[in-house]
Design a protein around this ligand. Structure first.
Ligand code: ASP
Ligand code: MG
Length: 421
């Protein structure tokens, strides 16, 4: 059994749904097909959440209307003016959402967020499943809100593997082998039956969850790029397609911020030795990138580039050393502020960290840190990570940049730089 994952870009319009159907027809009989919300729907639903949570009825209605209209246009394109006949379940979902949005809010912001934002995946999968069936691909729509059990951490649900395995295996056992199962990425359920989500871009992770639970033969992530490249073409010319990557390298690249695979995706697959393919939905006959148990590491350097970085340097006010007690205080404050550390380095009496700029979180964190430390910071920086570096690649990256901090390990170098324009 194979697991396929289609991201939002692959189904952002009716042509994408048709293309998905062709790929499933030719390569995905009997597959579990995990689908994200269409196009930028998740962002659009975040607008709905913000309006609804702040009690702005007009904005709520307006934002929701545009989400609805976007999906209706896709359904009309796929099935003509009588699309209601084909897509009845979608219309039921729309009605349920509209009922929900008319009620007064209940629960925390994050709880509300998950109830609304998950609708993007519910609707996209209802459209895809109905369309596949209409094209005579026998398809079962599975509700991940009854399969992927998580704790009650809304927006970042932690998977309960035991429950989840039981549910997914039970479902799979009832389905004929040749049938396609279509389900939502990103979505789960909390112990009390409310919907949770797994963190933004979490649909890849869902594919890995299903693959793990079903001992799948492989996972394929269908993307709008030819596979995993050694750098993001947005920042680098002359990128190279990596044909084979070890799990280890894939985890490292994702950890340092390569956005092509969600960081949590690799571990479950590595644990069971399930290969992961990253392939192009535009050129579905090309092999793309294979990630698996390979002997050799990447033959070429990979580059990961993050902008909008802040370098924070902390100096204990009493000139004490940076040691266990200081470090646990510092890490505690970062964790509490919800600010993720991209890089850290210390000397005897200073500690430097690089984080993403986040106006909602970083200033408050700096305020906290100032209670115990003298704090310097430097904004508007770039963080470049090179895996399998040599001096030559470093020199190339540093052209026209001022180097503020450098950290090397055996295979990876990280450079914090300021662009000199
Ligand atoms: N639709 C969700 C998001 O955009 C999950 C995903 O695409 O993987 O974050
Ligand atoms: Mg998405």
């Amino acid at each position: 059994m194979k697991v396929f994952k289609f991201g939002g870009a692959s189904v952002k319009e009716a042509a994408g749904v048709r293309n998905l159907t062709r790929i499933v027809q030719s390569q995905g009989r009997g597959a579990v097909v995990v689908v994200s919300a269409m196009g930028k729907t998740t962002n659009a639903l975040e607008e709905v959440v913000r309006a609804y949570a702040s009690g702005d009825t007009d904005q709520t209605t307006a934002h929701w209307a545009s989400v609805r209209a976007y999906h209706e246009a896709i359904m009309r394109d796929l099935a003509g003016d009588h699309f209601e006949d084909t897509f009845q379940p979608v219309l039921e979902t729309f009605t349920a959402v509209e009922t929900y949005l008319r009620q007064p809010t209940t629960g925390s912001f994050d709880q509300i967020y998950d109830q609304i934002v998950s609708i993007g995946e519910v609707v996209s999968t209802q459209i895809v499943a109905a369309y596949l069936n209409a094209q005579n691909v026998s398809t079962y729509w599975a509700d991940a809100r009854e399969l992927v059990y998580t704790d009650a951490t809304y927006r970042e649900g932690k998977v309960d593997w035991e429950q989840t395995s039981r549910q997914i295996q039970a479902l799979s056992a009832t389905r004929p082998k040749q049938d396609v199962i279509v389900t939502q990425g990103f979505v789960g359920r909390s112990p009390n039956g409310l919907t949770t989500t797994l963190g933004r871009e979490g649909s890849d992770y869902t594919a890995a969850i299903f693959a793990f639970c079903l001992d799948a033969e492989s996972v394929t992530i269908w993307k709008d790029v030819p596979g995993v490249l050694n750098a993001d073409p947005k920042w680098f010319d002359d990128t190279v397609l990596l044909e084979k990557i070890t799990y280890q390298d894939a985890i490292e690249l994702a950890y340092y911020g390569a956005t092509v695979i969600h960081p949590k995706t690799i571990k479950p697959l590595q644990n069971k030795g399930i290969p992961l393919y990253v392939r192009s939905f535009v050129e579905p006959d090309k092999p793309g990138t294979a990630i698996g148990d390979f002997e050799q590491h990447l033959p070429i350097s990979s580059f990961i580039f993050k902008v909008n970085q802040v370098l924070i340097s902390l100096h204990p006010k009493d000139f004490s050393f940076i040691a266990e007690d200081n470090l646990s205080l510092i890490f505690g404050q970062f964790a509490e502020a919800g600010v993720k550390i991209n890089l850290m380095q210390n000397t005897a009496i200073s500690f430097s960290v690089v984080v993403d700029q986040n106006p909602a979180r970083v200033p408050a964190l700096l305020e906290q840190l100032r209670q115990n430390f003298r704090v310097n910071y430097n904004e508007g920086l770039e963080l470049v990570t090179i895996r399998y570096y040599d001096q030559n690649t470093i020199d190339r990256v540093l052209i026209n940049k001022k180097l503020l901090l450098e950290q090397k390990s055996r295979y990876t170098v990280q450079l914090v730089v300021k662009d000199l324009g």
